[in-house]
Design a protein around this ligand. Structure first.
Ligand code: GDG
Length: 474
């Protein structure tokens, strides 16, 4: 198991991710502090890091700026500098306008540009070099996500002594889609530099192994790829989760309970509260969600004076064209629905394009009768799990897209196909007005699942498997 490190020694446990888990904040006196940043990867890995100690290598979020290494919450932070052009080409370009849409079933059109690919390679090489510099002899290095798929191979070339793991937080696409990538061979080879490649679902691991079988000469036996140096690269599913007890405790603090009461008062105690919390991203099925509620409010199947739908859309990737367009579309759609259906007192849709504290989210989870999670494709979806952890009563309900990785585990959710508008509408009504006994039955099972499959278990399972993968034959 990884051990603690101190700032002046090299680390025996290193996480490498595109972003650091902290954002810079400057207070009124001009002092810089670092605050934990929102987002799925950070929510998942921050508790792992606090437990294991070590170093986190990642970009600090400001282009053209060099930031010194520092300590934070018991671990060491190693900022990676990126130029403005690299942010545009490696991050906004290749990562978020090529790989992100392609890996999410091409729900938006992926763009392929050779300059973006060049920047992707260049930045991956820099991350690999910094990880190689900071890792102690024989250290465990855990590389995260789609922005850094070339790092495992590059790092192995630099430091063959390391144990290298890779985890993909987003879906790994079906074979036909992946094959569109002009640089598909390099990406496969990059990933195979890891001793263990982790995916959110069995389907993702299967897609990857299928590609290795058909598009490389390497022998594959079950989930193991035999590499030319005699080592093995294992591909397996490790469904990610949350710090369940941490969320439970947060939701039960007096402050959160009081905030929840306040929210209920402010909303005028609606009979049923539906809630959505998503990054503003075209994969999250927001258009579908709003259209369904719009029709339900307009037809009166949901009474706009008695039912509320709260949607938080956290600002995300605002410099990427597709995200700007989505923001405008949603503003228009919500405005139109509310202008048709609101009375003079309250609009049925409360839409906020803003970021909130974790405690405020917990208060919202507490008061939501129905949590609505409708992605068109999602690696896992932690919001679904956070709701189950925070919603203390068994009277809650989770509406969940079958295209979220979480659907493989949260089988007692009210399952929907977000493309089927009528089906979605029916299920939204059913989840809101189902019998208490049926809701209780489902919530109990969901709570059991999230209570036993925690982020600790996920990390332990990945790291134990990684430690057991046999190394190269010398
Ligand atoms: C990727 C994959 C996978 C959201 N708004 C605020 C806020 N959040 C937090 C949520 C949750 C996280 O961000 C979002 O996680 P998701 O899993 O729902 O989605 P992605 O960001 O797309 O995450 C996803 C995940 O990685 C982990 O592997 O599950 O499939 O796409 O924790 O609570 N947090 C705060 N304020 C907000 O306004 N503090």
């Amino acid at each position: 198991m990884p051990a603690e490190t101190s700032p002046d020694t090299r680390a025996t446990f290193v996480v490498v991710a595109n972003r650091l888990p902290v954002d810079r904040a400057v207070d009124d006196d001009g002092n810089t502090t670092w605050r934990t940043s929102p987002g799925g990867l950070v929510t998942a890995l921050e508790p792992v890091m606090r437990k294991h100690g070590g170093a986190w290598v990642g970009w600090h979020g400001a282009p053209d700026e060099v930031v010194e290494e520092f300590d934070h919450d018991g671990y060491h932070i190693v900022p990676v500098p990126l130029s403005k052009a690299e942010v545009e080409e490696y991050y906004e370009g290749f990562s978020n306008a090529t790989l992100w849409p392609l890996y999410h079933d091409s729900v938006a059109f992926p763009e392929f540009h050779r300059e973006w690919w060049d920047a992707y390679q260049q930045v991956n090489r820099r991350f690999a070099q910094l990880a190689a510099d900071v890792a102690a002899e024989g250290a465990t290095v855990w590389v995260q996500d789609y922005q850094l798929q070339l790092v495992p191979e590059m790092l192995r070339d630099l430091r063959p002594d390391l144990k290298i793991g890779f985890f993909l937080h987003i879906p790994f696409p079906p074979v036909e889609l992946f094959l569109q990538l002009p640089w598909r061979r390099q990406i496969l080879e990059g990933l195979l530099g890891a001793d263990l490649v982790g995916f959110q679902t069995v389907g993702g691991a299967r897609n990857f192994l299928q590609l290795v079988k058909t598009h490389t000469p390497l022998p594959v036996t079950k989930d193991s790829v035999e590499m030319p140096d005699g080592r093995h690269s294992i591909a397996r599913a490790f469904p990610i989760s949350i710090d369940t007890q941490g969320y439970r405790d947060l939701a039960n603090t007096p402050e959160v309970i009081a905030h929840a009461e306040q929210l209920l008062d402010d909303l005028g105690h609606p009979e049923v509260i539906y809630l959505g919390v998503d990054r503003l991203d075209y994969t999250k099925g927001l258009r579908q969600k709003f259209r369904a509620f719009g029709e339900l409010f307009e037809s009166g199947e949901l009474d706009p004076t008695k039912v509320a739908f709260i949607q938080v859309a956290t600002p995300s990737r605002e410099r990427v064209d597709e995200y700007r367009k989505l923001r405008d579309d949603i503003d228009l759609l919500v405005g139109r629905i509310n202008s048709h259906t609101a009375d003079l007192v309250r609009a049925p849709i409360v839409y906020r394009h803003a970021s909130y504290s974790r405690a405020t989210l917990a208060a919202m989870y507490r008061i939501a009768d129905v949590m609505v999670v409708t992605p068109l494709r999602d690696g896992m979806n932690l919001v679904a799990k956070e709701y189950i952890a925070c919603h203390a009563d068994d009277d809650g309900a989770l509406v969940l897209s079958e295209f979220a990785g979480a659907a493989r585990e949260l089988k007692q959710a009210y399952m929907v196909n977000p493309y089927d508008l009528n089906g979605l509408k029916q299920t939204l009504v059913k989840a809101g007005f189902d019998s208490p006994a049926e809701k209780r039955r489902r919530m109990k099972a969901l709570r059991r699942q999230v209570g036993t499959h925690t982020i600790d278990r996920w990390a332990d399972s990945f790291l134990t498997t990684l430690a057991q993968v046999p190394g190269p034959v010398h």
